[in-house]
Design a protein around this ligand. Structure first.
Ligand SMILES: [Zn+2]
Length: 673
């Protein structure tokens, strides 16, 4: 049995040209293999209407021709699988050779189709933008929850189309009128005729939930757009303009410290935040530069930053925070790779919460004809039928366009490209298979067994020091380094087994020599399987002498407790004849500890939002000689092995980059989204 999932979607090749690839992927592949774009096999391209023809006929006819062309395409692709009886390889099995040349009888089964909404409407032959293709809800009724809605099945919908033909054999318009209340096209759907479909593919239940298109490119931007529009209404044009500028500069500085998660918000959050509200009267259109987001996880990154931005953007509107909190909770649950009845029930409940809140805040009109908004209600249904979303992910089939269309296109003369691209892909994939077969046939060279590699621990980045400096001169190189000498002596004091810091500094040990070998940062080897390490990256920059804007925030485990700090300097030095790898860190305190230190109450700003807030720690004070004064900035030294991962500490939107005592929030969304 060969169970496959199909996907097709239009993709742009240039300003004028596009392609319409159709892909297959084997469901037998392990999940990680299935999620590689190279696992998606190109089956061919749907034809499109010639541009000349489109220009010369009415738009209604264009739509009708497109549909007819699509149906013919589907029939051509699945031709043999639509046949009745013994000619059908799906029913009778088809003879195929495996990689070892052994013959097998293979029964092909189509399990799911991955489509963006317009494709799903075309494939299910439901009326676009006016009805759900899973249930029979019409646009405009989407706000209300109907747990007992009947879902479409191939049998029920085929029956309706048959009834239309029986009642009105002569009149196409009467058949259309008959079918309209059911949201159906009055035509026979080729997907209705797959034999064995009852146990396998039903076009209505087999249309996978398209997370990328429905959530990250569908509803989420609507919510962000709605929020920004509301702000725009409440303030003057000049104020809105300023808000745009401050968000952009916040993103640039936050993004710079966040190369950890691979996001280069080099010119602001660009088209995603602002693109939808661009118009001639929009002051942001001229102030916001539309940079490129370079992460592979663009949409998740936006989620990761949006809620922590919202804390200061709309401090007096907790209902917006609640909406996005519910929405992100829903997305997290949706992204689970393991579900039970309980998690799916929770998924449905969160869905109700955010749908209600969104309609309350933005009005029904924003969602009136948006089937994607409504489809979230069916997410649990799809997970029950097809497994976790990652198993039928439209982001993966979207990525398949690179090998299925974009790269092949570069090998054409850019005229009548589909046949050229198909030929190219055929040859390329054949070569790949031959190479693979050769690998399997030729015996692997015998490699002497490795001695078990020694486990690698964290170490400083770079093989050689970027600078060798005397301790005394380093302390004068930057204001943040002024307490380095003290920190070194206290570290050696504690490392020698002292129980507390209570000692005169003159009695504390010193390094063998004053030479410090400065390095650019930390290279993490430990805990690479920890998602926090994966998200935060392996290379954490921290050398204020090299680049001040690049300092990472880190989580450090010491004495069983977790501490957060800013990585200021990384260096090796000699102590008792040994090379030690050390990090000089500026510590954070929770705002609670910080308020206690100054004997004050927490401020409104510190209490805002769902994230834990932090400020730079201040020195608690000591009766012994040589210690920093009470209230001085608090620095310390740690061993390179105690670094856990990059901590997503995000500065408040209200505090400038050089504010005296900036407020930071631990953006846990960065880990959880
Ligand atoms: Zn529905």
């Amino acid at each position: 049995m060969l169970a496959v999932t199909t996907a097709y979607d239009k993709t742009d090749l240039s300003k004028e040209q596009g392609a319409f690839p159709i892909y297959l992927v084997s469901n037998a592949l392990p999940l990680d293999e299935k999620r590689k774009r190279s696992s998606w096999v190109l089956l061919g391209y749907f034809s499109s209407l010639p541009a000349k023809l489109v220009a010369s006929i009415s738009s209604g006819r264009v739509t009708a021709y497109r549909r007819a062309l699509r149906l013919k395409g589907l029939e051509a692709i699945f031709d043999s699988y639509l046949r009745r009886g013994t000619e059908n390889p799906g029913l009778m099995g088809a003879s195929m050779l495996d990689a070892h040349g052994v013959e097998h009888t293979v029964y092909l089964r189509l399990m799911a189709g991955i489509w963006d909404y317009p494709e799903a409407a075309a494939s299910t032959m439901t009326l676009q933008n006016s009805t759900c293709y899973v249930c029979r809800r019409m646009a405009g009724e989407f706000q209300w929850y109907h747990p007992h809605d009947r879902l479409r099945t191939v049998a029920s919908e085929m029956q309706k189309v048959r009834e239309a033909w029986a009642a009105h054999p002569q009149s196409a318009s009467a058949r259309a009128a008959f079918c309209r209340p059911y949201g159906l096209q009055p035509e026979q759907n080729p997907y209705h005729f797959f034999p064995g479909m009852d146990g396998g593919f039903g076009v209505y239940s087999g249309a996978a939930f398209a997370r990328l298109h429905n959530v990250y490119e569908g509803t989420l931007p609507r919510f962000i757009e709605g929020t920004l529009r509301l702000i725009q209404k409440q303030v003057t044009a000049a104020e809105f303009n300023r808000a745009g500028k401050s968000i952009d500069s916040w993103l640039i500085s936050t993004g710079a410290g966040f190369k950890s998660i691979g996001t280069g918000f080099s010119k602001g959050l660009s088209h995603y935040f602002y693109g939808n509200i661009l118009d001639s009267n929009n002051p942001w259109g001229t102030t916001v530069s539309f940079g490129k987001i370079t992460s592979q996880d663009v949409y998740k990154d936006i989620c990761r930053f949006w809620r922590v931005l919202l804390v200061d953007l709309l401090p007096n509107a907790p209902e917006f925070m609640a909406l996005f909190s519910d929405y992100f909770d829903w997305i997290r649950l949706l992204n689970n790779r393991h579900h039970t009845e309980a998690t799916l029930a929770r998924l449905d409940r969160f869905c109700e919460f955010w749908m209600d809140a969104a309609v309350r805040l933005f009005g029904k009109e924003l969602f009136w004809r948006r089937i994607k908004f409504h489809l979230a209600k069916h997410a649990s249904h799809f997970i029950r039928l097809l497994g976790a979303i990652d198993f039928a992910d439209d982001a993966t089939s979207e990525a398949a366009h690179i090998e299925g269309a974009k790269e092949p296109w570069t090998h054409t003369n850019h005229r009548n490209v589909d046949p050229q691209m198909a030929k190219y892909v055929e040859r390329r994939d054949t070569m790949r298979l031959l190479r693979l077969a050769r690998q399997h046939q030729s015996p692997q060279p015998q490699v002497p067994p490795f001695a078990a590699a020694a486990p690698r621990y964290n170490e400083l980045m770079g093989q050689r020091p970027v600078q060798v400096r005397e301790l005394g001169s380093v302390t004068r190189a930057h204001p943040l380094l002024a307490r380095l000498t003290y920190a070194v002596r206290l570290y050696l004091h504690l490392a020698a087994g002292a129980i507390s810091t209570d000692a005169h500094v003159r009695d504390m040990p010193t390094l063998d020599s004053d030479a410090l070998y400065l390095r650019p940062g930390v290279h993490l080897y430990e805990r690479l399987d920890d998602p926090k390490t994966l998200l935060g990256g392996r290379y954490l920059h921290g050398n204020v002498v090299l680049k001040e804007s690049d300092l990472s925030f880190i989580a450090v485990r010491q004495g069983g407790a977790l501490w957060y700090g800013q990585l200021v300097l990384c260096f090796t030095a000699l102590y008792l004849g040994e090379t030690v790898e050390l990090l000089y860190v500026r510590w954070f305190d929770t705002v609670r500890a910080s308020a206690r230190a100054f004997n004050r109450a927490l401020t409104e700003k510190e209490l805002r939002g769902p994230f834990e807030a932090y400020r730079f720690s201040v020195f608690p004070g000591s009766y012994f000689h040589g210690h920093p004064p009470t209230g001085a900035p608090h620095f310390g030294l740690v061993d390179v092995s105690s670094v856990l991962y990059a901590a997503p500490m995000v500065r408040s939107l209200e505090d400038a980059h050089d504010a005296a005592d900036p407020l930071y929030r631990l953006n846990t969304d960065a880990w959880e989204m």
